[in-house]
Ligand binder design. Structure first.
Ligand SMILES: Cc1cc2nc3c(=O)[nH]c(=O)nc-3n(C[C@H](O)[C@H](O)[C@H](O)COP(=O)(O)OP(=O)(O)OC[C@H]3O[C@@H](n4cnc5c(N)ncnc54)[C@H](O)[C@@H]3O)c2cc1C
Length: 368
């Protein structure tokens, strides 16, 4: 039987951030990952946007961690030379009905503490983005893009330097409570005794919580999968900044938008639709829809230059309403020392360092 102080289940950007912060205070940390390496699921299937935090309801975890996480992320990029760029972003409105919502989002952003946002008119829009359409826009100057793989690699290496162990190709299949400890069984048949568990298993976080005997329906942890497809533009990018429409009212998605990556390639997407299983194919037949949506935002697109790209799947909390992150220490449910991270969808990449910092503080609190 192996013994560790802390087990982190999952090595996406959130599990890695937890490892990075926890290893500043604790020893004997094991990260258990079912894939052959870190960051092969949702953390490598996203827009790589460093979000400002403008959209999310005041006092929500998403608002709090996005704003704090963005600041930590820019510091981290600077300190460790991670490729990133503060591109700025425009949220456009093209008709009168949407104008009210633009002002609501702007005010929410202010209340969330988002810096460097302003409302600009159509002539300013044209001045900074020749091809962009819109009567008004929110211009967010702090929004950017990041090399998420570079970031995860650095978190992995820094954690390893602090003696965090990584068990790749090990899937957690069973978790038992044994006295005041937890016995984790992996697909290799290995048994690991730990004092603390951080469940950062992304799309599978509800099932991992279920392994601990948690009633995931009663707790509201059950996840639904919402896929998002991307198309990329085979011609030179038409824009310098990220261009978004007004988001869905329930924030299910941010609306099909236009991003650029660090190589300057322009991408359109993601859309949002429920899927029952994990399948990352992108269907060419969606080209008309993506062209139509992108053409509401910019002029001069060539439809034939849009080609299917990658896709990602959002782990969304199934219960109705606007979804927030769930980050719970389960002491109240008789599982002291277990921290479940459920529904860590967008802006999870931006929030990851703030989440890691928060989780480390929870465990520090339990030790005192
Ligand atoms: C289409 C899309 C676009 C997005 N765009 C952005 C964006 O622009 N900006 C932003 O901030 N956020 C964005 N996000 C959100 C962001 O990508 C996620 O919030 C973040 O990557 C979640 O990281 P994670 O570590 O929680 O999950 P994951 O990356 O999914 O990692 C979970 C890990 O747990 C492992 N695991 C699962 N079950 C087990 C088990 N039983 N045993 C062992 N290991 C297990 C998995 O193999 C995986 O490696 C987007 C998401 C999607 C889907």
């Amino acid at each position: 039987m192996l013994e560790f102080n802390i087990a982190i289940i999952g090595s996406g950007v959130v599990g890695l951030s937890c490892a990075y912060y926890l290893s500043q205070f604790f020893q004997d940390i094991l990260v258990i990952e079912k894939n052959e390496s870190f960051g092969l699921e949702t953390s490598s299937r996203n827009s790589e946007v460093i979000h400002s935090g403008i959209y999310y309801p005041e006092n929500s975890l998403k608002a709090k961690f996005c704003v704090r996480g963005r600041l930590l992320l820019y510091e981290f990029c600077k300190k460790y030379d991670i490729n990133h760029r503060k591109t700025g972003k425009l949220i456009l409105v093209s008709n009168e009905e949407e104008e009210k919502e633009l002002f609501n989002i702007f005010e929410r952003g202010k209340r969330n503490g988002v810096e460097e946002i302003e409302i600009i008119d159509s002539s300013y829009i044209k001045k900074i983005e020749k091809m962009a359409k819109g009567r008004w826009a929110i211009y967010s100057k702090e929004t950017g893009i990041i090399d998420s793989h570079g970031m995860m690699k650095k978190l992995y290496l820094l954690s390893k330097d602090r003696k965090v162990l990584f068990a790749f190709n090990h899937k957690v299949i069973k978790i038992d409570r044994v006295n005041n400890l937890y016995k984790i069984t992996t697909s290799f048949g290995e048994k690991i005794m730990v004092k603390y568990i951080i469940n950062a298993s992304g799309l599978h976080a509800d099932h991992v919580a279920e392994m601990m005997g948690i009633d995931i329906d009663k707790k509201g942890y059950r996840l639904a999968y919402y896929k998002g497809d991307y198309f990329y533009y085979t011609k030179p990018s038409c824009v310098q900044r990220l261009i978004y429409p007004i988001p869905h009212a329930d924030l299910k998605g941010l609306g099909i938008h236009i991003t650029i990556d660090l190589g300057g390639r322009m991408k359109v997407g993601p859309d949002v639709y429920e899927v029952k299983k994990i399948d990352y194919n992108v269907d060419l037949s969606k080209r008309d829809l993506f062209f139509e949506k992108a053409s509401l935002l910019i002029d001069g697109l060539d439809k034939d230059a849009l080609m299917p790209d990658m896709s990602g799947i959002r782990p969304k909390i199934k219960s109705s309403g606007i979804k927030d992150f769930i980050i719970n220490e389960e002491g109240g449910s008789g599982l002291r020392g277990v921290v479940n991270l459920i529904g860590i969808e967008s802006p999870g990449l931006t929030s990851s360092l703030a989440i890691g910092e928060y989780v480390a503080n929870i465990i520090k609190g339990l030790e005192n």
